[in-house]
Design a protein. Sequence first.
Length: 302
Amino acid sequence: MKRREGDGAASGSVLGEPSFGVPLGRAPRLPVASAIMHGMSRALLQRYVKVASRAAVEAGGLLARHIGRPRTVTTKRSAIDLVTEIDRASERLIYRILHRAEPAFGFLGEEQGERREAAECRWIVDPLDGTNNFVHGFPFFGVSIGLECDGAMAAGVIYDPLRRELFTASAGAGAFCNGRRIRVSATRRLAESLLSTGFSSKFLTQDQPYLNWFRKAQRNSHGVRRLGSTVISLASVACGRLEGFYEQDLWPWDLAAGLVLVQEAGGRVSDAGGRPVRLTAGQLVASNGHIHRELLRLLTLK
Ligand code: IPD
Ligand code: CA
Ligand code: CA
């Protein structure tokens, strides 16, 4: 079995309720918000993680009940960008729960767009990441809920309803799966790494730089998976099943929660140039930290 960073470290408390005060092996390198900085107590931030967890688990239950048999499948930006009535129902359900808990917060959802734009804090939600898999009954998809405050990510929750894995993280407080502390893998070399990537719908008209990167990454690692779900890939990096992930042309809701998870699990995130990730730029390299430079180098290699 693969070694995790800090294997044997203290585990969290109950499901979706991480314990505080467990020092991370390494400080997060990019701005996840300090809850204290925003005048929000850790207890309050934990309350939000709990609410988001409840929303993600309920929405995940809905997805699990309908896998492989949505009633309507339509396309959005391209012929492979699918949406179903279950994506929309999941987002409505999540919105109801989050809004009831904290009416002042903004909400950016993939299906409904932005609400209350001026709010200091907003939820960033992908109600079903991996719709294409879901439609085909391929069991890799998840729910993703991030909380952003004053432009920095404060918390993230990703739920995989088929494996019943709830990933939670909040700024400075570590990352957890079903309440147990998780860490990125300790693998130090790209050559011994398992990677993941995704192809956005732009691939249909322009297959570079995707294929170029894929070829280089496949030749220089243990292999590259293409799961069809960004949020499951990011949760997998956070818990040490994968060493790295790269994709571009992503949306804020694909990234938001995963950024917090990976960093709080001791990993690193950046854009393809090694700079801080901007939610709206769509480019993400996420890794266990150790292989980050090698991953970035791959992107510039001819
Ligand atoms: C998509 C998935 C896919 C990624 C695409 C995303 P959706 O999200 O995460 O893996 O390659 O770029 O748009 O449409 O299933 O929510
Ligand atoms: Ca998505
Ligand atoms: Ca989606």
